[in-house]
Ligand binder design. Structure first.
Ligand code: THU
Length: 132
């Protein structure tokens, strides 16, 4: 496994711990996300499913919504933890929501087996919707 710096380690750990709280009785697929805010705070989220499947909330959007509610709109990094190899990328809706707040953002894609891939928001969503 690639050597991580301390902050990356902490961010992935926060995402992993959030993942433990996932409510995913329908898919059984748990996701944890953690955002590093500009001021150093780490805000996490997990997926919350609903029997009306379309009402399901992704871990990444929960983390963003929690962060924004607490006054954070500038972010330095995101970590996402899933089970499976390769580690999963955020879905298109979550990428668009991230793009609302970040021109670009380093993203750590990790799995519970300890594999970590590094990418960026710009790589995953090069052309977010914008009506400017
Ligand atoms: N999920 C996330 O939490 N984040 C994503 O970016 C994609 C999918 C969740 C939603 C659902 O609870 C489960 O993963 C299976 O789609």
């Amino acid at each position: 496994m690639q050597k991580l710096d301390d902050l990356d380690d902490r961010l992935i750990l926060a995402a992993q711990q959030a993942r433990d709280g996932a409510y995913a009785p329908y898919s059984g697929y748990k996701v944890g996300a953690a955002l590093l805010c500009e001021n150093g705070d780490i805000i996490s989220g997990c997926n919350v499913e609903n029997r009306s499947y379309g009402a399901t909330l992704c871990a990444e959007r929960i983390a963003i919504a929690r962060a924004v509610c607490l006054g954070h709109i500038s972010f330095d990094k995101l970590a996402v933890v899933t089970d499976g190899d390769p580690p999963a990328t955020p879905c298109g809706i979550c990428l668009q929501v991230l793009a609302e707040f970040c021109k670009d953002l380093p993203i750590l894609l990790a799995n519970v087996q300890g594999r970590v891939l590094r990418t960026r928001l710009k790589n995953l969503l090069p052309a977010p919707f914008d009506f400017k």
